[in-house]
Design a protein around this ligand. Structure first.
Ligand code: AMP
Ligand code: GLY
Length: 428
């Protein structure tokens, strides 16, 4: 089969790395890909959101399955366009992608179908939003309705901070039309976990649990990032909690969509806060998580491509009869090595050293997020540069293995968190 993966981050390196292990693959492309991805796939210079060019390429190259990494193209209707031309896609249609593309849509769906989530109100008028914040006080959470590259959520500790967020989103329009509406919601407390499932809306097959680390510095300090590391499993999600999340969040959401006439096909990602009153959904993503995917896929023993094909072909029920997903019991940890200054401004084109030494370690893989190949060298080419990923019999062992590999890698300005996975050691 001829497969195209869309995207250029660590998630897409993990996806291509795993897909290439399938015996069904004859040829693997990635658009646009990165330095590391070029080791396992042919990179094609088309941006991940350029739907017309991606469509042309897929038609010309007779692609059998296109796997979409990032959300923007899904929200803009990539799957709808491809489907029109008879091309198979792994990723939901535009209407279903609204679950991530519009937080108002997601929250209203959750309210209607009794999915536990933070109490909220929707506003399309900044004055009313500000009066509401004055009434409920802080802390509270302000969310832009639309896509804002992961920056559209402000967990405000003071009334002033919340009001500023409203005016930045609704009046200064820092996220453009994504801020036409905002949600003000209750601030939840607890540990977070990511639960991902494959679904074709008839069948749901869960992946293993994982946890991201959003803040830039150790002990969850500093600015929010795209994710500084992840681990799987998240022991805080006990089997009982997993079942509760599946029943109250995942099934109710997928069934709710079906009742609204919306068929969801692809991977569905629920961000969950484990509160004292039980698990509550924070958000949905209509794609794999980054960096969760890097910590999840090395644990998957089954053929990823087969499950993706079954999802796209509405045959997940048959797939689950022949064998649900087979997982490593070992734990996996991914530590992100970031460019100096990230998540603020940073420089590119720094030479990365130590990649070969790190790769020689057993049960260790270095996923590239922002790199570029230049002759025999890899150069930095983004904020998140690498996702160093290791397996171990326990989380503790996986942590030690991964940091041993991180210690071999360097580039000017490199920084990383030193506490990835620590919460799992404390709670296991
Ligand atoms: P989202 O983009 O909705 O995942 O939000 C990004 C991050 O904001 C989440 O991972 C949480 O850490 C935080 N967050 C979102 N909603 C809430 C909430 N209601 N209470 C507390 N934290 C939240
Ligand atoms: N790790 C968070 C995300 O992929 O949105």
């Amino acid at each position: 089969m001829r497969i195209l993966v869309i995207g250029s981050g660590g998630r897409e390196h993990a996806l291509t790395w795993k897909i290439t292990q399938s015996e069904l693959v004859d040829k693997l492309f990635c658009a646009p890909g990165n330095g590391g991805i070029s080791q396992v796939a042919e990179c094609v210079d088309i941006k991940a959101d350029n739907i017309p060019q991606l469509l042309d390429f897929a038609r010309r190259e007779k692609i059998d399955l296109t796997v979409v990494g990032p959300e923007a193209a899904l929200a803009a209707g990539l799957s709808d366009e491809f489907t029109k031309y008879g091309l198979k896609v792994f990723g939901p249609l535009k209407l279903a992608a609204k679950l991530e593309g519009s937080k108002v849509f997601a929250k209203e769906l959750m309210a209607k179908y009794n999915v536990p989530t933070a109490d909220f109100r929707v506003f399309d008028n900044p004055g009313e939003a500000i009066r509401y914040i004055e009434k409920i006080g802080a802390p509270c959470v302000v969310k832009a309705d639309g896509l804002a590259q992961g920056k559209g959520v402000v967990v405000a500790q003071t009334v002033d901070e919340a009001k500023k967020a409203v005016s930045a989103m609704m009046q200064e329009k820092i996220f453009g039309t994504a801020g036409n509406k905002v949600i003000i919601e209750e601030c939840l407390q607890g540990q977070e976990a990511s639960i991902l499932v494959f679904t074709d809306s008839k069948e749901i097959i869960p992946l293993v649990s994982s946890q991201d680390h959003k803040r830039v510095f150790d002990n969850d300090q500093g600015a929010n990032t795209g994710g500084m590391g992840a681990y799987s499993p998240a022991p805080v999600v006990t089997p009982g909690l997993f079942k509760e999340i599946m029943e109250k969040v995942i099934y109710r959401t997928v069934d709710g969509l079906v009742r609204e006439g919306i068929i969801y096909k692809g991977v569905l990602y629920a961000g969950i806060m484990l509160t004292k009153e039980g698990p509550k959904a924070l958000e949905f993503n209509v794609r794999f998580g980054d960096p969760e995917t890097q910590a999840i896929l090395p644990r998957l023993k089954s053929d990823l491509l087969q499950v993706m094909l079954a999802t796209s072909d509405d045959k997940l029920n048959k797939f689950s009869k022949t064998g649900v997903l087979d997982w490593e019991t070992r734990a996996c940890v991914c530590v992100v090595c970031a460019a100096g200054g990230y998540p603020g401004s940073y420089e590119k084109a720094k030479v990365i050293s130590g990649l070969e030494e790190a790769a020689q370690l057993k049960d260790l893989v270095v996923f590239h997020a922002g790199t570029k190949k230049s002759a025999a060298k890899y150069l930095t080419n983004g904020g998140r540069v690498l996702g160093v990923t290791g397996l171990g019999n326990t989380i503790k062992e996986a942590i030690e293995k991964t940091y041993q590999a991180v210690g071999k890698i360097s580039f000017e300005g490199m920084h990383y968190r030193r506490d990835i996975g620590r919460k799992a050691v404390v709670s296991s």
